[in-house]
Design a protein around this ligand. Sequence first.
Ligand SMILES: [Zn+2]
Length: 256
Amino acid sequence: MRARYLVRFDDICPTMNWSLWAPIEEVLHACGVQPILAVVPDNRDPKLQVEPPRPDFWGWVREKQTAGWSIALHGYQHLYETTDAGLLGINARSEFAGLPFERQREKLLRAVEVFHSHGIRPEAFVAPGHSFDQHTLLVLQELGITVISDGFFLYPRVHQGMLWVPQQMWQFRPAPLGVWTVCFHHNRLGARDLRRLIVDIQRFARFTTSLQDIVHTYRNRGSRPIDILFARLWRLVLRAKLAAKAALAATSEAVL
Ligand SMILES: [Zn+2]
């Protein structure tokens, strides 16, 4: 298998589900996997308030960054303000897309300030709900963040002044080639999904890589026709899956 995998955990914040996180952290260390942690700088989303806040949260994040894990800026407060699906067009809700440049600048500036005040270097941007627009990209560049973890390409590519490191999977799947980011939301994982996650990390660990390595390898790779074609196809598949899921939910509601 020549494919390479990046592992990303979203919604990392002081009040996340630490009980479920403990065994995940243990297996990541045991297998030498260096994930991306998408950290919410100033969480205000009640859905991410699962357990009492960890008092040494920022020290813990600093420790992980020192150990080679990559820390990404996951929005600002994780509150959706608009119904704009942004450049990717996946979810019609956003903390950024559709807001004026100055408003986005204000939010992202504060977000970066929170990181800096705790001695954290934002290595990439992860938009809540996959939703951001051209303004978001311009502000990020102004703030010195030039890596975005999103998009449905087969390989990372430089586009619009940013290195786009694609994020296409929500669970590990074997692939013959490509760079795949597998994104997990651990806060509400059921026991079965947690077990599967742990087993998958053990199985795929030797095919994983780190964001630093990916940035180093792909920082000069421009767009190629295959990227555009693959992204279109992947988005079609994803939309069809989301539509099927919504239809299924509507049917079960009608039955109930
Ligand atoms: Zn999130």
